[in-house]
Design a protein around this ligand. Structure first.
Ligand code: CP
Length: 327
């Protein structure tokens, strides 16, 4: 018998959001559809909807973040939830308090959701296994394992520009080995039925496991980019590299940096994406990052709608579960 998915409640609804792996096309499409309904909220004079009034969300970022942390905070605020972001550096963890003791103390303050970023792969899953039945966990990035809301905001951005996933070719370029974003994207693209998936990068930065997802691997960037509809660039994640995996940044840029010349072999209407933070002149030229095909800042805006969707789906279930059927 297959193991139950910890992310789902007994009714098959999203209780936690830890990874895009193992969720159905229906779950992922529902996230995209709900996000579409929130996409206009930011443009209104009153940027709020009352969906999560009375709910309390605690952000626990054990690792640095600009985009994810801020958009989670804004998304929760726009859903009218009460939001508290814990400053880990000044929390009692520095006095030796364990992660679980910290969580149980925060639960005692009647919070409903933890949004967690952690340098260790599996941290969000561990927390989800230990929270009270009424508490949900959203993974805001764990080690090199998963960054599911980034994966879904990237799917949202692709769908808005390209429509049906079945008709497009997507290339993911760079440091796939250390990238939680790439893993979340690869699972989501496969589940959503992408027409063709290409992985481009040096041998040292491509994990052998990508073959199992039907991805074509290219070590030559021009060949890999030929005729693609979407180019997703990745940052070199030096903080997760052990030992020398690259000759030098300038040589890396020569071979795998996205320039206007290299982009010219993709389709003329190809979009250029990057989860950020970008390193100009390392994996992407400024002329491309700021150029007409770049949707990098649009991805950030879309992050708000997708995070509102996920939080409202996860906590919105709670009105329906007071019969004690929580999974
Ligand atoms: N894309 C992303 O996760 O960016 P941050 O590290 O700034 O949150």
């Amino acid at each position: 018998m297959s193991k139950p998915n910890i992310q789902l409640d007994s009714n098959g609804r999203l209780r936690h959001f830890l990874t895009t792996e193992g969720l159905s096309r229906q779950h992922l499409t529902e996230i995209l559809d709900v996000a579409e309904s929130f996409a206009t909220v930011g443009g209104k004079s009153v940027k709020k909807v009352p969906l999560l009034r009375g709910k309390t969300i605690v952000n626990l970022f054990f690792e640095t973040s600009t985009r994810t942390r801020t958009t989670f905070e804004l998304a929760a605020t726009r859903l009218s939830a009460d939001v508290q972001s814990i400053n880990i550096a000044t929390s009692a963890t520095s006095k030796g308090e364990s992660l679980l003791d910290m969580l149980h103390n925060l639960e005692a303050m009647h919070c409903d959701m933890f949004v967690v970023r952690h340098a260790d792969s599996g941290a969000a899953h561990f927390i989800a296994q230990h929270v009270a039945p009424h508490v949900s966990v959203i993974n805001a990035g764990d080690g090199r394992h998963a960054h599911p809301t980034q994966g879904m905001l990237d799917m949202f951005t692709i769908r808005r520009h390209k429509g049906d996933f079945a008709n497009i070719k997507v290339a993911i370029v760079g440091d796939v080995l250390h990238s939680r974003v790439a893993r979340s994207e690869i699972h989501a693209l496969n589940t959503l039925g992408v027409g063709e998936l290409r992985i481009i990068g040096p041998k040292t930065l491509i994990p052998p496991s990508v073959n199992q997802f039907g991805a074509q691997v290219f070590h030559d960037m021009e060949r890999g980019l030929d005729g693609v509809d979407v180019v997703i660039m990745l940052r070199l994640q030096k903080e997760r590299m052990k030992g020398a995996l690259l000759p030098s940044e300038s040589e890396y840029f020569t071979r795998y940096g996205l320039t206007e010349e290299k982009l010219a072999v993709a389709k003329p209407d190809a979009i250029v994406m990057h989860p950020g933070p970008i390193n100009r002149g390392v994996e992407i030229a400024s002329s491309v990052a700021d150029g007409p095909q770049s949707v990098i800042l649009e991805q950030v805006s879309n992050g708000l709608a997708v995070r509102m969707a996920v939080m409202s789906m996860v906590l919105g279930r709670q009105g329906e579960k007071s019969n004690g059927k929580e999974g």
